[in-house]
Design a protein around this ligand. Sequence first.
Ligand code: SAM
Length: 165
Amino acid sequence: MSQDDDFGPRPGEESVALPERFDAGLHFIGRLRTPWTRRAACPKNGTQSEAVCTAVVDPPYAPALQDIEGASHLILLYWMDRADRTLVRQRPRHADGSRGTFSLRSPARPNPIALAVVELLRREGDSLRVRGLDCLDGTPLLDIKPYYATTDARPQATVDRAGTR
Ligand SMILES: C[S@@+](CC[C@H](N)C(=O)[O-])C[C@H]1O[C@@H](n2cnc3c(N)ncnc32)[C@H](O)[C@@H]1O
């Protein structure tokens, strides 16, 4: 078994049957180019790597990049296209027990939307060179928003893991 195969069901995990119909549709606006081709090789979050990655925006959406250089940091929303969408309880690799999907940042979730706050290094035409990603090369891009430290940062926020299972 390769390292990347170790994403199958683990003890304590629970899956559900997903509805047959979707409630909404979305359009990918581009792709994220990163150095990682195996999930096991990806950083667990964007602070764990200094790698410079590229958000390649598809031509129809290029006009939406106007003024983007005014932001030092961006929120990128992306689609974890290789994630399990059925898991409602899951067991992180190094955890003692299972945890509810919505208490985790795992890519496995009913709508596998991921987010990262990235540093915008520069714009090159329809592409953005950024630092702070954690996803596979080719991951679809859903949206780009400016990160506002004034309204988005919550330095006092905590996550208490004691007693979770
Ligand atoms: C823990 S998630 C965090 C994602 C995002 N920063 C967030 O908080 O929503 C990052 C992990 O997702 C996995 N991953 C990366 N790209 C993926 C993709 N396209 N499909 C499925 N899993 C992916 C890798 O194992 C990576 O380490």
